[in-house]
Design a binder for this molecule. Structure first.
Ligand code: F6R
Length: 610
């Protein structure tokens, strides 16, 4: 969740670190710090709050160093303040460490370090790590060995970077469970927790795997295992441009990412739909298609928004591919004893490809012999690499903390997987073509909805002071109700709940009064008439109703206070369309409340801790 960046080369590292931290700020933003080595000192500069605070502070100091590390924090141990911000020092202030992850046995280690005379200034688990490394340095080990020995005592997860005054020609990094990537430059090298921080400097990268350590010099890098075996690593070329990770004239990343969905959807389906045969072609699944189609059961594991995409896929796959589907929260799956066999396929959906719970669930499913399929956005991420096979969603970098374009791209890929396996089973070419054609029409239909941004903003304006919201939908629209509620609560801090519309009468109906806005996602599908009955029930109790309905449904306007209209497609794809107004509504409400939509409080983009 925290962001890590480091530089070694011939340039001043400080502006490079600050720029990198800004690009990583979506990963954590409660405090930030940089650490550098100067002639005879290790120096640390930290600030509570955002990277801009740190930048303001150090801009007056005219710092200059050719080696440095930087960190933007998402607090786990200890409140967000300057003391707990990284980097952390050893007692002599010669060693600096930044860390992403959680040291689970930190209290045991802390006690033994205290017994050895170490004192602690912060509440962080990272300070335990820096002192553990210090113990081995004091025993005469070099930095890399000291890091290896210290990490061998550690339980938990880490991506770390360390610099040491006695070895000023290197940064030592290591990873277990938290991503770390080396950016290979020309007479300079960088390290970071994700490629966004590197892309302005180099597109050549090396991904560290779990239990690997690396020494990064300005002109070379050495990667080894924690047990000191040297490894040969491939340098990969990353895709994507710097424009893709900047706001490009939009006021917020979230707005940009909502508005670019026609393009991101096109990218997700490019080259993957064979219209004339009603087929989907997914390169990543070649060789595994039959095994997936013959699965006894498909389980979908994910968290948050990705879990909502999984719920939509459950409806899709069961409708068209005749395979029973279960959708699981990865965080629950990993600690149950899931009954799995080699006849099962488990699909892991993750935008970041680094979510700790999803990754742990993946490892568990692999152990039990199931086929593991990743549906991931970030290329080269851990879940993508650990899965047996998979499909990238190609949504492009998603920087806004609230997931938007990744959700619709996930739905596209899941509909393509459905089409692929359904055509191997009972779906006819004619029905396959109908789905393929409908998928291809989505980018233009999404654009039509985005063109109504102003109207949606006007609706949002009416509800800025609401304290609660209810989102209701049925069938394919039930997961959309959950997603609409999640979008609103995470960025506007308005309490919102999503429910299957018919469940309302079993409890939530008690909440309905004139202060309870209710969003009905009510496309004209097989359950539409039943949803209309639910609308009447809310109306009868004075609730204020916003409906998302089809363009050709004029009748609904008489029933509800506000309607947002969307084009029509087949039911399995309607979620791609109905979610768009909900994303825009959440965005506009949050902006009108003056909130930071890209970096909502307490959240982080990539949840790499449990
Ligand atoms: C919500 C949101 C989160 C993520 C969840 C899983 O807008 O972004 O709920 O969907 O943390 O993240 P990934 O998809 O990266 O595994």
């Amino acid at each position: 969740m925290c962001g890590i960046v480091g530089y070694i080369g011939n340039k001043n590292s400080v502006p490079i670190l600050i720029d990198g931290l800004k690009r990583l700020e979506y990963r954590g933003y409660d405090s930030a710090g940089v650490g550098i080595l100067t002639k005879d000192k290790a120096e640390v500069y930290k600030r509570e709050g955002k990277v801009s605070e740190l930048e303001k502070y150090i801009s007056e100091l005219k710092l200059n160093s050719k080696i440095g590390i930087g960190h933007t924090r998402w607090a786990t141990h200890g409140i967000p303040n300057e003391v707990n911000a990284h980097p952390h020092f050893n007692p002599e202030k010669t060693l600096l460490v930044i860390h992403n992850g959680i040291i689970e046995n930190y209290s045991v280690l802390k006690k033994s370090l205290r017994d050895e005379g170490y004192q602690f200034v912060s509440d962080t688990d990272t300070e335990v790590l820096v002192n553990m490394i210090d113990v081995f340095l004091k025993k005469g080990q070099n930095l890399c060995n000291a890091v290896r020995y210290a990490l061998s005592k550690v339980e938990g997860t880490y991506g770390i970077a360390a610099i040491y005054i006695d070895e000023p020609d290197k940064i030592v990094v290591a990873r277990k469970g938290s991503p770390l990537v080396i950016g290979v430059g020309d007479n300079e090298n960088l390290i970071a927790s994700d490629v966004n921080a590197l892309i302005a400097h180099t597109k050549r990268v090396v991904y560290l795997e779990d239990n690997e350590v690396a020494e990064i010099y300005k002109d070379k890098f050495i990667v080894k295992t924690l047990e000191d075996e040297n490894l040969k690593k491939d340098i990969l070329e990353i895709e994507g441009s710097i424009e893709e990770i900047t706001k490009g004239g939009f006021p917020h990343f979230m707005f940009k990412e909502i508005m670019e969905q026609p393009e991101s959807i096109k990218n997700s389906l490019r080259g993957r739909v064979i219209l004339k045969d009603g087929l989907a072609k997914l390169g990543g699944l070649i060789g595994y298609e039959d095994r997936i189609a013959e699965s006894r059961r498909i389980i979908i594991c994910a968290c948050g928004t990705s879990w909502h995409a999984g719920l939509v896929a459950e409806y899709m796959i069961e409708q068209y591919a005749d395979i029973p589907v279960e959708v699981e929260y990865a965080s629950e799956f990993r600690y149950r004893n899931p009954i799995l066999s080699k006849d099962d396929t488990v699909i892991f959906i993750s935008q970041s490809g680094e979510t700790a719970d999803t990754l742990a669930a993946l490892k568990e499913a692999k152990r039990k012999g199931a086929l593991c399929v990743g549906v991931v956005n970030v290329v080269g991420s851990t879940i993508a690499r650990e899965s047996h096979t998979g499909v990238y969603i190609h949504a492009g970098p998603e920087i806004g903390v609230a997931s938007t374009k990744a959700f619709t791209a996930q739905l596209i890929v899941l509909s393509l997987i459905t089409l692929l396996i359904a055509r191997k089973k009972n779906l006819s070419v004619v029905d396959g073509r109908e789905i393929a054609q409908a998928i291809l029409e989505l980018p233009n239909q999404v654009q039509e909805i985005l063109n109504q941004n102003e109207l949606i903003e006007n609706v949002a304006e009416k509800f800025v002071s609401a304290n609660n919201f209810l989102y209701l939908g049925r069938g394919y629209q039930f997961p959309v109700a959950l997603e609409g509620a999640l979008k609103l609560k995470e960025i506007s801090y308005i309490h919102a709940e999503g429910y299957p519309a018919a469940e309302m009468k079993h409890g939530p109906i008690a909440l309905i009064d004139e202060n309870m806005p209710v969003v009905f996602i009510a496309p004209t599908d097989t359950v539409y008439e039943k949803v209309v009955s639910n609308i009447e029930e809310v109306k009868a109790r004075g609730g204020r109703i916003i409906a998302v309905a089809n363009n050709d449904n004029a009748k609904i306007d008489e029933l509800v206070e506000y309607t947002i209209k969307v084009p029509s497609t087949i039911p399995m794809l309607m979620p791609v369309l109905t979610v768009i107004p909900l994303q825009l509504m959440a965005y506009h409400i949050a902006v009108k409340k003056g909130l930071n939509v890209d970096q909502p409080r307490n959240l982080a983009k990539s949840v790499t801790v449990e």
